[in-house]
Design a protein around this ligand. Sequence first.
Ligand code: NAD
Length: 392
Amino acid sequence: MVIKPRIRGFICTNAHPVGCAENVRQQINYVKAQPPINIGPKRVLVIGCSTGYGLASRIVSAFGSGAQTLGVCFEKEPSEKKTGTAGWYNTAAFHQAAAEENLYHYTINGDAFSDEIKAETIAKIKEDLGQVDLVVYSLASPKRRDPETGELFSSTLKPVGQPYTTKTYDTDKDLVHDISLEPANDDEIAQTVKVMGGEDWERWIAQLDAAGVLAKGCQTTAYTYIGKKLTWPIYGHATIGKAKEDLDRAAHELRVKYKHLNLKAWVSSLKALVTQASSAIPVMPLYISLIYRVMKEEETHEGCIEQIYRLFTEGLYVEAPQIDESNRLRMDGWETNDKTQAKIEALWNQVTQDNFHELADYEGYHSDFLRLFGFGIEGVDYDADVDPQVNW
Ligand code: NAD
């Protein structure tokens, strides 16, 4: 099959197996070119391991610290006629690279919110690893089924308190336009917190602890985005921000509740990047296209892999990491500092449909978006006939 990108709105509905593999290989090579993480993790569970920040966390653990990795993700298998999802192919490529270096790897594909998948993961840890010393929680999902009641909750991306009108960029139509968003009601806020807040992270840790598979001194981190003034109305102070605030609550409770293990529970704040999750959030594509331009000029631009390598070497695996007033590890300072934000704001105020390509890093945004699905990667022959059926 010759595979070309099929874009529908903010998502690409297919993926290229060779391109995805190359994307993973480049991230692995980046980590291998950095100094090894000597006091890093050795047995790691990554929940949300197949794309974006979770995949980067798995790669840094394995290839930066020689860790055995067990991953959980929710990806679609390919068939003869249809490609698998990018996360499927990324996982296959990760497995192959880990096998080549005799690094333990195993991935469970299923709904991480369910108790069945938690039980399967625990059984696998007992069987193969005994215990884990790092649990990365990197899920991004629009829905969660409550394992106790069976009720399905959906997250909403809306402002809180008042309506908000701002600029946005439609990546599919290449159009900068205004959008007006009505504020969320209480139920929408509560549902978003239920999906993207700390409850499921706590449930994972509770079940892992009850099974005795968390090593003493284990660390766990969930990921957040805090941002600044431009993104607060739709992110930080919006429904998704309420869910992220709940992660701070959960991290505090985890630290208190699992003192006997000396569990270090962190919320780590990462920079805004093109991922499958962020391209679905109104305003973010425009904001990201502008910060790419500014941060590339400032030579501080990073992708997922660079962010996570720094998280491990400057945050999780140093004696006394720098934390903010809410105990969070911050890897987003190069984006959120006042000087950089002032430059982005100046561009934001000027940007229109007519000057968007000139002011923003339009090409960088689009090429990163296509790369997520394995397209537009140097050295890959996109006219070649490839077999979509790749197995793990
Ligand atoms: P992503 O879409 O690339 O990755 C999501 C992962 O979750 C995938 O591995 C997917 O398979 C998995 N997943 C989704 N639903 C699942 C389910 N029900 N069961 C099992 N696995 C499931 O997203 P991302 O951008 O890497 O986001 C990961 C975390 O990082 C999120 O908490 C996000 O808020 C945070 N974050 C993202 C950004 C950004 O700009 N992208 C910035 C800061 C923080």
